[in-house]
Design a protein around this ligand. Structure first.
Ligand code: PLP
Length: 397
């Protein structure tokens, strides 16, 4: 038997968040205690899935809703998503909604349905690495635009315009953002819409953190600001409803009906071919979006406090500066160091056990270095980690 050679398209698939765990496992085996600031999974810390949702899902299973569901999802859930999108977010011109195995599947379906080989979708840099992992799978080409650290990590509109070429079909906006924790201003969103209109781009709006807004910021769904530009809005239960393992997400396609009908049919062909999303878990969507759960005030209180600890502690450390996170549970501090940021992250891990992800795993401006912090851990764990980072910086840099 000859060696099995994987397809070339797998060569460029990287996912820094999980790749660094391989190094952490090695360090753990040496007996070092790991302080994990690396993974955006609330259930790994003191956040629990709302019991109201667990109850409806359990009932759905006992009621034998364990077969396939309709491909776009169960009717009650799709209707609840539509109602919330219209009434709470103000999204206009909704043409299609479908429920998926996490927002991840929705993202992959919607990108796959749009681009041909060699075309591109503008991705934010820094940005969530799933998007760049999909690019080689669909034989698209990489095209990234910068978020401007000097402007609170808002998308850099001039950079976006300069990166558009005749093969650009769409633009991804992650708002609130992973890995920076930034929330886009209305002004920025309106500028993105103008650019999308001028250059015929689909806007992919990843709003998976839309309910996790801190410091009195305001979250606006970009789809609520236009009825002319096609927008695909992604969301799900993973983050705001503390259930990432349930793998429930969805896509809301909005915009001018005639112009986007063929695209929706393309996406729907993929949706039908993969049968359905996890069926019994979909029963949680309606109660979640209708406000049955009581976890939100406490979740936001914890995240606000932990975000503030992160912001204050990191800015007090030599050669580290950090933009205040206003959403999600991430910060993306800059480090002024004479070594690469991956090397820095590994050295920090080996010497202190603090586990972060290197900024280069998310993309960043040439010549700059960062790391991503997840501020989900309890205050004392966070403070321990920041003590260790402080000592490490004082000792080494
Ligand atoms: N989009 C962003 C910006 C994320 O940070 C994540 C997970 O971390 C996802 C999508 C994936 O969401 P899901 O768990 O619904 O697949």
């Amino acid at each position: 038997m000859k060696n099995l050679i994987p397809a070339e398209r797998t060569n460029n698939i990287e996912y820094a968040i999980r790749d660094i765990v391989v190094v952490a496992d090695r360090v753990k085996k040496t007996g070092k205690k790991i302080l994990p600031l690396n993974i955006g999974d609330p259930n790994k810390f003191d956040f629990k899935t709302p019991p109201e949702l667990i109850e409806v899902v359990t009932k759905a299973m006992w009621d034998n809703n364990n077969g396939y569901s309709p491909s776009s999802g169960i009717e009650d859930a799709v209707e609840a998503i539509r109602k919330e999108a219209v009434e709470l977010k103000g999204i206009k011109n909704i043409q299609n909604i479908f429920i998926t195995t996490g927002a991840s599947e929705a993202i992959e379906i919607c990108m796959t349905a749009l681009v041909n080989r060699g075309e591109n979708i503008l991705l934010p840099s820094p940005g969530y690495p799933l998007y760049s992992a999909i690019v080689p799978k669909i034989e698209s080409t990489f095209n990234t635009y910068y978020l401007n650290e000097d402007n609170g990590w808002q998308p850099d509109i001039d950079d976006i315009v300069s990166k558009i070429n005749d093969k650009t079909r769409g633009i991804v906006i992650i708002n609130p953002n992973n890995p920076t924790g930034a929330v886009c201003s209305k002004e920025t969103l309106l500028q993105v819409i103008e650019v999308a209109k001028k250059y015929n781009l689909v806007i992919f709006a990843d709003e998976i953190y839309d309910k996790l807004i801190l410091n009195g910021s305001k979250n606006i769904s970009i789809a609520s600001l236009t009825d002319e530009v096609p927008v695909v809005t992604f969301n799900g239960l993973s983050k705001s409803f503390l259930a990432p393992g349930w793998r429930i997400g969805w896509a809301i396609v909005s915009g001018p009906d005639k112009e986007i009908a063929d695209y929706i049919e393309g996406a729907q062909r993929i949706v039908r071919a993969r049968l359905s999303a996890n069926h019994p878990l979909q029963y949680a969507i309606k109660p979640a979006l209708e406000g049955v759960c009581k976890h939100m005030p406490e979740t936001l209180k914890k995240l606000s406090e932990r975000g503030e600890i992160t912001y204050k502690r990191l800015n007090a450390i030599k050669n580290i500066s950090c933009v205040r996170p206003n959403g999600a549970f991430y910060a993306f501090p800059k480090i002024d160091i004479p070594i690469g940021d991956k090397e820095w992250v590994i050295k920090l891990l080996e010497e202190t056990g603090v586990l972060c992800v290197h900024g280069s795993g998310f993309g960043q401006k040439e010549g700059t270095k960062h790391f991503r912090v997840v501020f989900l851990p309890q205050d004392d764990l966070l403070n321990q980690a920041y003590d260790k980072i402080e000592e490490f910086m004082n000792k080494n840099f």
